[in-house]
Design a protein around this ligand. Structure first.
Ligand code: NAP
Length: 470
């Protein structure tokens, strides 16, 4: 690996390792450095920025520009990056606790929720997580294959990820090629036969989880219109009351935007995104027992109040079939257990109270903390993680002041760098990432693209070694 330079040789500052270099990891790193800690930031990939690089849709470059904030953090004294070091494979939780006063998990939630219905494993049914990783050039998804020879795709779920994947499926090549979409995905999407994407919400338009700009921007797609059935927008009494008395501004605006789409009628366009509400998939249909998907059997729902004061979808028994050759499941993410870090299986999160990792009894583990989606679940936008990180950092500072942080036995920073180099010989430092970054940007420049991503681990590692100063 290339050196992390300059090292922070033996100061008295407490030392923290943050596992996961996405937004929540970077916000926490910045706040902890400002509070006098020295930070080692690990990531399983050779590249930093988590979902900003591998999740945010490539046609949203302004959102991706948040990495400039993280780059400033990386320039601060006391910051080191070790990319390509995997907790649970290269290092254990116990080994981190031997070396740091604080171990902070910022692992994100990398699995997608499953529907639990028959036919879900048929060819042509995919989790949005994998599809998003594929078009964003995540090395683990680079070899995935998507058959886009079908005219209709169904996306299950009514969140922003569902809207992202629906939009990516209908972008005109002229909208796609100036982005940093992985080359392998640009090739396949350019040949796509998909003309219609049906977005399926189990509840009504008032309960859709889209945010307003994401819903509104569908109007600007070059070759795709938005199709909303006026009948679907007639709110039931429960939703109408809720929207009037309890809903936030986002839900109210969503309904207005949807009504505008319905009033405008279908746009003269070759492609369309069809928004359908109050329908749950009950079976993925296909050829034979295990053959490729041919459609989705859905049941119509109605909205009913729950005892807790919420509104839920209840099946009416009316069913219909939507024919489709591709189904993407986009119904939220969940975390994966890692090493022996306490995990709440039911919620798919690291078990914690307010950011302090804890045992089932609720007793806090000294020196172990958690931030971001693996702490609170996959919710909010990127900026939400700044406040989330601040909440956990406040707990860390309280524990530092109370003298209850972890007491490491081997905290020497140079020894720690040597330890990572031995365990993960291909690991990448910040200078290594800068070499990758410069190469990707230079490759993109002649094509008017922000970057052309390297998508193979071997290529990323090789490029990281081409640093001028090492
Ligand atoms: P999400 O916003 O939580 O949406 C999940 C959707 O799946 C909801 O519509 C939910 O419906 C539905 N769902 C859950 N279980 C279902 C089931 N069994 N059958 C049918 N539908 C089901 O999650 P997400 O879209 O994965 O997004 C995660 C977070 O990232 C969100 O906070 C999102 O705003 C954020 N994000 C932001 C952007 C952006 O700002 N541009 C882009 C992407 C993601 P119910 O409401 O009925 O449960």
């Amino acid at each position: 690996m290339t050196e992390n330079a300059p090292d922070s040789a033996a100061t008295d500052a407490p030392r923290v390792v943050i596992v996961g270099a996405g937004p929540s990891g970077f916000y926490a790193a910045d706040q902890l450095i400002n509070a006098g800690f020295e930070v080692d930031l690990l990531d399983a990939l050779p590249t930093p920025f988590g979902l900003v690089r591998a999740g945010v849709a490539p046609d949203h470059p302004k959102i991706k520009a948040v990495t400039r904030v993280y780059e400033k953090t990386a320039k601060k004294d006391g910051f080191r990056f070790f990319g390509g070091v995997v907790l649970g494979r290269d290092v254990t939780r116990a080994e981190l606790l031997e070396r740091y006063h604080v171990v902070l998990y910022a692992l994100g939630t990398s699995d997608d929720n499953r529907l639990g219905i028959p036919g879900e494993d048929r060819p042509g049914v995919h989790g949005a997580t994998q599809f998003v990783g594929w078009y964003n050039g995540h090395p683990d998804a680079a070899d995935h294959a998507y058959d886009l020879t079908t005219e209709r795709a169904v996306v299950i779920g009514n969140g922003n990820v569902a809207i992202d994947v629906a939009r990516m499926l209908v972008l005109h090549p002229d909208e796609l090629t100036p982005t940093d979409t992985a080359d392998h995905a640009i090739e396949v999407l350019a040949e796509s036969q998909v003309k219609e994407v049906v977005l399926l919400g189990r509840r009504g338009p008032a309960q859709a989880a889209f945010t307003n700009p994401e819903l509104r921007e569908l109007a600007d797609l070059q070759r795709a219109g938005v199709d909303v059935d006026v009948g679907d927008l007639e709110l039931d009494a429960h939703s109408a009351r809720w929207l009037e008395e309890e809903a936030d501004i986002t839900a109210r605006k969503n309904v207005e935007i949807l009504r505008d789409y319905a009033a405008a009628g279908p746009k003269d366009a070759s492609h369309k995104i069809v928004l359908r509400f109050l329908r749950s998939p009950v079976e993925i249909l296909g050829e034979g027992e295990h053959g490729p998907v041919t459609g989705v059997r859905v049941v119509r729902n109605e909205i009913q109040p729950t005892e807790g004061g919420g509104l839920r979808a209840v099946a009416t028994g009316d069913e219909e079939v939507i024919e489709a050759g591709l189904v993407l499941r986009s119904i939220g993410y969940r975390g994966k257990p890692v090493d022996d870090v306490p995990f709440d299986e039911r919620r798919g999160l690291i078990r914690n109270t307010g950011g302090r990792v804890c045992a089932e009894s609720g007793d806090a583990h000294h020196g172990e903390y958690v931030v971001g989606w693996i702490k609170r679940g996959p919710s909010g936008v990127i900026g939400t993680n700044k406040k989330d990180a601040a909440d956990t950092v406040a707990r860390i500072l309280e524990d530092r002041d109370a003298g209850t942080l972890n007491a490491p036995t081997a905290p020497d920073p140079d020894d720690i760098a040597a330890f990572y180099a031995e365990r993960a010989p291909d690991s990448v430092t910040w200078a290594g990432w800068e070499a990758i970054d410069a190469h990707e940007k230079t490759s993109g420049e002649p094509h008017g693209r922000p970057r052309i991503k390297l998508v193979r681990l071997a290529d990323l590692i090789e490029r990281s070694r081409a640093t001028s100063n090492h």
